[in-house]
Ligand binder design. Structure first.
Ligand code: DQA
Length: 150
C-alpha cells in the first residue's frame, strides 16, 4: 500500500483556537481524522506528524527517505525561513505537496516567500482544511505517476 506522511509545522497544534478568522475553527485532530478517512477510501497508508521544532521536522523528513511515497507538508512559519527543511526535502527526494490554510499572498509580505516552493511538486493554499484533502488526492496521483520506492 502506498504511504503518505503529512507534516504539520509550528503552532498548527493550536488550530481551532489560534487566529480563527485566518485559520478557521477546525482543530488539527479533526483535520487528521478527515485525512485518515479519505486515506482509507483511497487505499493509502497515512501517518500524520506535528512538531513545533525545526530539527524534529528535519529528522522526520530524513526518516521518511526510502519509506514514504509522498509527503504533504505545511511548514507553517518555517515555510518562510527554513533552509534546513528545504535541504531535507531535497535530500529525501520524495514527491511533496505544500499546503497552507490561508492564502499567504493576501497577508503580510514576509509570508509571500516560501523557501520550499521550488522544490515541491505543487502548492495548495487559501482553501482552509480542505486543502489537506485536496493535497492527499494530489499525492495519490503523484504516486501513481512516479515509480514506488517503498
Ligand atoms: C500557514 C501560513 C504561515 O505564514 C503561518 O506562519 C502559519 C500557517 C498557513 O497554513 O496558512 O503558521 O502555513
Amino acid at each position: 500500500m502506498a504511504k503518505v506522511l503529512v507534516i504539520h509545522g509550528p503552532n498548527l497544534n493550536l488550530l481551532g483556537e489560534r487566529e480563527p478568522a485566518i485559520y478557521g475553527r477546525t482543530r488539527l485532530a479533526e483535520i487528521d481524522a478527515e485525512l485518515a478517512e479519505l486515506a482509507r477510501e483511497l487505499g493509502i497508508s497515512l501517518e500524520t506528524f506535528q512538531s513545533n521544532s525545526e530539527g524534529a521536522i528535519v529528522d522526520r523528513i530524513q526518516q521518511a527517505r526510502g519509506s514514504v511515497d509522498a509527503l504533504i507538508i505545511n511548514p507553517a512559519a518555517y515555510t518562510h525561513t527554513s533552509v534546513a527543511i528545504r535541504d531535507a526535502l531535497v535530500a529525501a527526494a520524495i514527491p511533496t505537496v505544500e499546503v497552507h490554510l490561508s492564502n499567504v499572498y493576501r497577508r503580510e509580505p514576509l509570508r509571500h516567500v516560501s523557501v520550499i516552493a521550488d522544490v515541491v511538486e505543487g502548492r495548495i493554499m487559501g482553501l482552509g482544511a480542505e486543502g489537506y484533502l485536496l493535497a492527499l488526492r494530489a499525492a495519490k496521483s503523484l504516486i501513481e505517476r512516479a515509480p514506488r520506492k517503498t
